[in-house]
Design a protein around this ligand. Structure first.
Ligand code: FAQ
Length: 325
């Protein structure tokens, strides 16, 4: 339905203006906030950047859950820094979305009342300390695979936000892999925890790239506009090809009986995730959807006084300025 809406809005635009816009995209020019853009382009960006921002913010919850239980002071400091980075990513992305004419409050309200999504992965629980390793290694690993190409996306503010985000995400991925190495080379019980975390996180991580290309509603238009640089399946394949040797190095087994190197294709063959589970999760029926939205709603309500205080302060300053004129 959204795709239809985008299409019909796009067709209302002047064909000559649309052609000139597409020519700029094809020439790899960056589109900036004050430039003319088709309404469909603007709305697609608001949807994608907004959902990306929400994912960074909601994504703090599964790891935040482990800050007080990190096994050493060093691990606690690292995890705390990582979770704070995710908050920063959310803020850069909300700022990028605001340049398209939507406020952060509006975006947040759309998250809180279920009109906007966030990444499916954050609706799974983090049950053991090994999950902190698996989240960094697999979830940040998948996020980087998707986000490195987005540094070249056509919308300037989004592309520039991704540069810093990607630098920080690679530190996140390395810290996760370091936790996994420690666990996988630890006692038999620690190695079992690491394997259990991989077993539970593998398919949800593959789902992060979105539905298979044949079911992806937005890919074709988003790629023509260079809002997306690759299809969902292309990035999923790259992720599998990169991650399987890392699992082998850890001495862990990827939970997929069909996983094998295909000499002819030059890629791993692997099993698709259970797509009915994916669609269930993004419709709000995953293991933690209710908890995640409750936590976000509570934070929004508890912090209303801060927003109101800041607005009152802003009004007072404005009034004082007017009175002094
Ligand atoms: N979860 O037509 P497509 C991170 C929805 S950041 C939920 O293929 P599209 C950092 C999609 O919205 C992770 N919904 O969609 C971190 C659409 O529904 P709609 C977030 C999903 O947009 C790490 C419908 O399915 N990254 O992890 C998902 O072309 C650790 C049809 O799908 C980004 O957002 C999903 N996985 O492609 C933080 C990157 N997949 O909107 C803390 C930017 C699809 O029509 C700790 N986003 N859907 O109602 C993208 O690259 C794209 O938006 C995709 C989806 C690839 C996610």
């Amino acid at each position: 339905m959204y795709a239809q809406m985008v299409k019909s809005e796009a067709t209302q635009d002047d064909p000559a203006q649309l052609a000139a816009f597409q020519a700029r995209i094809d020439a790899d020019e960056k589109i900036e906030p004050k430039d003319w853009m088709p309404e469909g382009y603007r709305k697609t960006l608001i949807r994608q950047i907004g959902q990306h921002a929400h994912s960074e913010i909601v994504g703090q919850l599964p790891e935040g859950n482990w800050i007080t239980r990190a096994p050493t002071l060093e691990r606690k400091a690292i995890l705390l820094a990582k979770v704070q980075d995710e908050a920063g990513h959310g803020l850069y992305l909300y700022c990028a979305a605001e340049t398209l004419g939507v406020s952060r409050d509006e975006l947040t309200e759309m998250l809180l009342d279920g009109r906007m999504k966030y990444s499916s992965i954050f609706n799974y629980p983090t049950l053991t300390w090994a999950d902190m390793g698996a989240v960094g290694w697999l979830v940040d690993g998948a996020a980087i695979m998707n986000q490195v190409p987005l540094q070249r996306t056509s919308y300037g503010p989004y592309a520039r936000a991704m540069v810093r985000i990607c630098k920080e995400e690679s530190f996140h991925q390395r810290q996760g892999y370091a936790v996994m190495m420690k666990m996988a080379q630890g006692t038999p019980a620690q190695k079992r925890m690491a394997q259990d975390a991989l077993n539970r996180m593998w398919y949800p991580s593959l789902m992060m790239f979105g539905p298979s290309d044949k079911d992806s509603v937005h890919s074709a238009q988003s790629m023509a506009w260079k809002i997306k640089m690759n299809t969902n399946d292309e990035l999923r394949q790259k992720f599998v090809d990169q991650t399987v040797p890392q699992a082998e190095y850890l001495g862990l087994t990827v939970p997929d009986e069909n996983l094998r190197w295909n000499e002819e294709r030059g890629h791993y063959d692997f099993s698709e995730p259970d797509w009915s589970e994916f669609f269930d999760v993004i419709q709000g029926n995953g293991p933690c959807n209710v908890d995640r939205l409750e936590a976000r709603n509570k934070a929004w309500d508890d912090n209303a006084w801060v927003r109101e205080g800041l607005l009152a302060h802003g009004r007072k300053k404005q009034q004082a300025k007017v009175a002094a004129q």
